[in-house]
Design a protein around this ligand. Structure first.
Ligand code: HEC
Ligand code: HEC
Length: 138
């Protein structure tokens, strides 16, 4: 009897876990649009699977302090939309790759979007500016 409870408890836990994972995935599971677009229009980046791409894109939103829709049409992630910032981001990806290839190939640490952008679309390049921003956000 005890054993049965333990097993059904575990089943419940796993099911609850899946629900949690599922709900965290919203931009991705939304009609599976991300999955449908994946691999159709990658010109700079390379990913082995959707999870890798997901991790990278989530990092992008954090590095710039934006949502997916800053760069994407949420119904078709592969599309390039002129009014959004996907093209600019692509140019920045090339630049970042170039810097890393050229100068940091053997380095443990590599340049990424956050290095310049610090969670904002407008990059921050001086300590003075950074302090002013922090002051104004208090
Ligand atoms: C700052 C801009 C930017 C943000 C924010 C961003 N992306 Fe992207 N995303 C890109 C760029 C640029 C590409 C194409 C890269 C390439 O050409 O190699 C891309 C590619 C993709 C692709 C692959 C499309 C294809 O053609 O294979 C998917 C799916 C995707 N993004 C999903 C997302 C999701 C979901 C989010 C939010 C969590 C997000 N992106 C946030 C810029 C962005
Ligand atoms: C070496 C510093 C540096 C790095 C690294 C960098 N950026 Fe930028 N980024 C800039 C600068 C500088 C500008 C502003 C250009 C301008 O104002 O004309 C900019 C502008 C942008 C813009 C346009 C913002 C706007 O409001 O028009 C986007 C989008 C962007 N970067 C995305 C990225 C992404 C994505 C990455 C990582 C792949 C990245 N950047 C990495 C320096 C950097």
């Amino acid at each position: 009897m005890k054993r049965f409870n333990l097993i059904s408890g575990m089943v419940l836990l796993v099911a609850a876990g899946l629900v949690v994972i599922g709900s965290q995935n919203t931009p991705w599971s939304q009609d599976n649009t991300a999955l449908k677009g994946f691999g159709k229009n990658l010109q700079v980046l390379q990913f082995n699977n959707l999870i890798e791409l997901q991790t990278y894109m989530k990092g992008l939103t954090e590095a710039l302090g934006v949502d997916c829709k800053y760069c994407h049409d949420l119904t078709a992630f592969e599309k390039d939309i002129e009014d959004l910032h996907k093209d600019e981001a692509r140019a920045m990806m090339k630049m970042t790759q170039h810097i890393n290839e050229q100068f940091f190939k053997e380095s443990e640490k590599q340049v990424n979007c956050f290095v310049c952008h610090r969670g904002r679309t407008e990059p921050v390049f001086s300590l003075k500016e950074w302090k002013q921003i922090q002051e104004s956000e208090k």
